[in-house]
Design a protein around this ligand. Structure first.
Ligand code: G3P
Length: 497
């Protein structure tokens, strides 16, 4: 008897494994952080083998901790940090280079070159993306151009490319299955989101051989079984895949056009379901594939902010002014506001709606009276301001004025931040009972594919409100605070040569 669905959440800073039961309740969670590699300013890498061993470790730990039997798992759903690029040798299974992380800016000049050659319009039209180092395409090109022998091997069909969903599926199936889903493919800058195939012109633009690309499949279907030799002696169907932000949209039950969510993870990502309609943003947002189910693809508008929770992590690991991330709320509450201090965490440039690859972070408005509490407060505030930046664009692009915003991710446990978010947006902020929405979405996709759950309607009825934050700030104060933020953002732009 199948009792559970397991979600694997391969995020930017950690790997998690989460077990859900039929009532969508969490039965167990395990999590482990892995190494962040910063070889140069603005460069970010991961060791793909470490990602695999960390992911495998949390799976084994979850089984041991919950005491469940592996054959009680109906299916596995995978959700992942998107765009992060792994290239490996299909014969040896070894990555030819570290994974180049979505935040990595090393391909800025490749992007400059593509823009100079006039590719911006074609990229926007075919992929819904802007030309930016964020996406996988230029990262693959960089590996093929810079790793000795890589291009020749890729042309002979000996190398495979994948985002980390693809990498994990390949590992879990013992190297038998090389696939991704529509939502992840739509982040590569190589996939045509209108015609739903790898695009020849874009592959030529980037000089990437098509034979190294995975097959693109639905977000909810059986791709293959785990290899018993690899997966604790059992063959379990892998039946759901979505990029983490799209999975969160699914887990938040944003199934109707106009439904929107904001996830506070390493970065902050707001997505609005637009159904079968492809909106082309005029305000710096991306158009992306939300998911593909039964061959039908739905789209979303996305506002991507690169650094959110990572700013809090930097207070912990870089500045060392907090010991653990949740302490940020305690310290921030020691002051009534940031006292005019603004923290723009443009550590890896600015994403939506600015798209400035050369911006770098800054803290502004410091005085002799500034304390670490003000800086911590300003760091939290920056998550709310960045969300406001993208919400404005989203309303302008879609013509829909949001009455409420569903939120999820670790930082939404912070009540101070959520209240400030509602205040600065002037919009209600709704926090659901399950804030592990990314994992939940992946589980839902995998559960639907094997009949563990029957329909999206059944899943939508499970969405329960934990707390609603009502906006409560005078217009004048709101406008003044936001003006200060915009001024600070301006000063971080075009910093790096
Ligand atoms: O596009 C990058 C995004 O998928 C990363 O998500 O949850 O690791 O911040 P997260």
């Amino acid at each position: 008897m199948k009792k559970y669905v397991m979600a694997l959440d391969q995020g930017t800073t950690s790997c998690r494994a989460i077990l859900f039961d039929k009532e969508s309740k969490i039965v167990g969670v395990t999590q482990k952080e892995f190494t962040q590699i910063y070889p140069k300013a603005g460069w970010v890498e991961h060791d793909a083998d470490e990602i695999w061993s960390t992911q495998y470790g949390v799976i084994a730990e979850l089984i041991a901790k919950t005491g469940i039997k592996v054959d009680e798992i109906a299916s596995i759903g995978i959700t992942n940090q998107r765009e992060t690029t792994v290239v490996w040798d299909k014969n040896t299974g070894k990555p030819v280079y570290n994974a180049i992380v979505w935040q990595c800016r090393r391909t800025t000049t490749i992007c400059d070159d593509l823009k100079a050659k006039g590719y911006e319009d074609v990229v926007r039209e075919k992929t819904g993306l802007v030309v930016d180092a964020y996406f996988s395409g230029t990262k693959v090109k960089w590996i093929l151009d810079n790793v000795e022998g890589a291009r020749a091997k890729a042309e002979k069909g000996e190398l495979l490319f994948g985002t980390t969903d693809t990498w994990l599926i390949w590992k879990l199936t013992g190297g038998k299955v090389h696939v991704t889903d529509y939502s992840n493919a739509s982040r590569t800058m190589m996939f045509n989101i209108r015609e739903l195939h790898w695009d020849k012109e874009l592959l030529e633009m980037l000089d990437v051989p098509q034979k190294m690309l995975p097959e693109v499949r639905n977000s909810s279907e059986v791709y293959g079984n785990t290899d018993a030799g690899v997966f604790l002696g059992f063959e379990v169907p892998i039946a759901g895949v979505a990029g983490d932000q799209q999975a969160a949209l699914f887990g938040q039950a944003c199934y109707e056009p106009g439904d929107a969510k904001n996830t506070y993870g390493t970065g902050c990502f707001m997505l609005m379901n637009t159904g079968s309609k492809i909106y082309t943003s005029k305000h710096g947002l991306l158009t992306t594939i939300a998911w593909g189910i039964d061959g039908k693809v739905e789209y979303a508008l996305e506002g991507s902010t690169f650094i959110a929770g990572a700013a809090i992590q930097w207070l912990r690991d870089g500045l060392k002014i907090i010991d653990v991330a949740p302490d940020s709320e305690y310290y921030a509450k020691k002051v009534k506001d940031s006292d005019g201090v603004y923290f723009v965490p443009a550590f890896v440039g600015l994403g939506a709606p600015y798209w400035d690859m050369r911006a770098r972070g800054g803290i502004f408005g410091l005085t002799r009276g500034t304390t670490k509490y003000h800086i911590i407060r300003a760091a939290l505030d920056s998550l709310a301001y960045q969300t406001k930046d993208v919400l404005g664009s989203m309303e302008a692009d879609s013509g829909i004025s949001l009455k409420s915003l569903r939120v999820d991710g670790g930082a939404v446990a912070n009540n101070l931040l959520m209240q400030f978010q509602a205040d600065i947006l002037g919009t209600r902020v709704d926090r659901p009972e399950i804030i592990e929405t990314t994992a939940l979405g992946a589980a839902y996709l995998a559960g639907l594919a094997v009949g563990f759950w029957k329909s999206k309607e059944e899943l939508a009825s499970r969405w329960l409100l934990d707390r609603r934050f009502e906006p409560d700030m005078e217009e004048e104060k709101k406008a003044k605070l936001y003006k200060g933020w915009l001024k600070a953002v301006e000063r971080t732009k075009d910093w790096e040569d």
